[in-house]
Design a protein around this ligand. Structure first.
Ligand code: ADP
Ligand code: MG
Length: 141
């Protein structure tokens, strides 16, 4: 089934000038980028995006990191996109991520881990709508 997932190139990815390399990899893995923009989250919007982690000890730091610079959210489309993209990015902690995954290749730690990927169909739908209106999803224009 053709699926959509939300990817975000996080502020560390943008700061390290890795946007191009990561997008190249995403496309090489067969994902179609159907929407993309650059945004800067503030602590309110970053906090809202990660609200499911509100009770976690790393929440405050995560919100501060995600609002520390520009991000590049994008909508990816592919067969089995959600699960397949999680495989391409690797485990949350790059030290535990498989060889060749984006996080293993580029991330400095379990917080600053380069890229976000939705983890289920419901979260993907919510996260896509968080960043993109229907009119911004190319096929609907
Ligand atoms: P993932 O991004 O792999 O789905 P989670 O949803 O568990 O991981 O966490 C969201 C984000 O919060 C992670 O990508 C990472 O930036 C940060 N994070 C997760 N766990 C930790 C941790 N133990 N310490 C610091 N930051 C963390
Ligand atoms: Mg997650």
């Amino acid at each position: 089934m053709i699926q959509r997932t939300l990817a975000i190139l996080k502020p560390d990815c943008v700061r390290k000038n890795l946007i191009g390399k990561v997008i190249k990899r995403i496309e090489a893995e067969g994902f179609k980028i159907i929407a993309l923009k650059m945004v800067k989250l503030n602590s309110k919007t970053a906090g809202e995006f990660y609200t499911v982690h509100k009770q976690r000890p790393f929440y405050y730091d995560l919100v501060s990191f995600m609002s520390s610079g520009n991000c590049v959210p994008m909508v990816l489309e592919k067969e089995n996109a959600i699960e397949d993209f999680r495989k391409v990015i690797g485990a949350t902690d790059p030290a535990k991520a498989d060889e060749g995954t984006i996080r293993k290749m580029y991330a400095d730690g379990k917080e600053q881990n380069i890229v976000h990927g939705s983890d289920a169909p419901e979260t993907a739908a919510y996260e896509i709508s968080f960043f993109f209106s229907t009119r911004e999803l190319v096929e609907n224009l």
